[in-house]
Design a binder for this molecule. Structure first.
Ligand code: FE2
Length: 289
């Protein structure tokens, strides 16, 4: 088990980001990648098509997107479709991400997400009563895996107070060339700029809370180049970004976002679970009934 030191805990609170190499074994990285490839192979894009645009201002908030809060859905890369909406690359290379309840619906991702090691890490970093809210398998495909605009995770997963914490697991080496994370250490102390809220008319849209600009990528950010097996922990207010994958190598990662069960979770958040799929504590396996 990887244990964080007091110095690393201090660093996380100072920077809003912590990089822990060797958190995930090579075997586990392989198993998660293989399982994701099975899910992508079984996906039928003609039956269940939905784009996930990584331009935050034009994100489509369609019914499929909202329903994916309680499901496992493959979202396609816009760059993988022609003007008629047909795939221009093999299906395995067309998926941008899989979301958003892998951790509760797929046994392989469930076993990984609810590990004692992760529950311990969340506790050590000060996240109390952590529940697993959202999971994403992020593909960042070779040559055209798209940019994810600079954002704060609390925009999408808002609680009062802000508690969302991102655990980003590199399942392959992540470099500047294949689209690693970039972040602005220390800027988790800056205000939340936007919320992504459900609207009464359906769908969801951005609501501006603060006009302060987010850091401009890439100059205002630092790259977080990491090897496979690393976990990057991100404070919910920390601005972060990733660029286009310009390389011939994919950059697969798994991301799990947790919030504190004791914080208020608004009904206006885009992510609302079905009542028959309640959120679970990260440590539920280690808690006596
Ligand atoms: Fe994020």
């Amino acid at each position: 088990m990887v244990c964080v030191t007091p110095e690393q805990i201090d660093q996380y609170h100072d920077d809003g980001v912590l990089v822990l190499p060797d958190f995930v074994s090579a075997d586990r990285c392989d198993r998660l990648r293989e399982r994701a490839e099975e899910i992508m192979a079984a996906f039928d894009p003609r039956r269940d098509r939905s784009l996930f645009t990584t331009d935050e201002t034009t994100r489509q908030a369609d019914e499929v997107f909202l329903a994916s809060a309680s499901g496992i859905h493959c979202f396609l890369e816009p760059a993988a479709l022609d003007e008629q909406g047909e795939l221009t690359v093999p299906q395995a290379l067309a998926v941008n991400k899989i979301g958003h309840a892998l951790h509760d619906l797929d046994p392989e991702f469930e076993a990984f997400s609810y590990s004692p090691e992760l529950a311990r890490l969340a506790t050590d970093l000060g996240l109390r009563d952590a529940v697993a809210l959202q999971s994403m398998y992020l593909c960042k495909q070779p040559r055209f895996g798209g940019e994810v605009g600079c954002h704060q995770d609390a925009t999408f997963l808002y609680t009062e107070p802000v508690t969302v914490t991102g655990f980003w697991f590199a399942l392959e080496d992540a470099t500047v060339e294949n689209g690693c994370l970039w972040a602005a250490p220390g800027q988790h102390r800056s205000p939340l700029r936007q919320r992504y809220d459900r609207s009464p008319q359906g769908g969801a849209s951005f609501v501006t809370l603060c006009d302060d600009p987010l850091p401009a990528p890439p100059d205002d950010l630092v790259p977080l180049e990491v090897s496979a097996g690393t976990v990057v922990v991100l404070h919910g207010l920390l601005p972060h970004w990733s660029g286009v994958n310009t390389s011939a190598r994919s950059r697969h990662a798994y991301s799990l976002h947790c919030v504190s069960a004791s914080a208020h979770y608004p009904t206006t958040n885009w992510l609302q679970r079905r009542s028959d799929l309640p959120l679970r504590r990260l440590d539920h396996r280690g808690v006596a009934a």
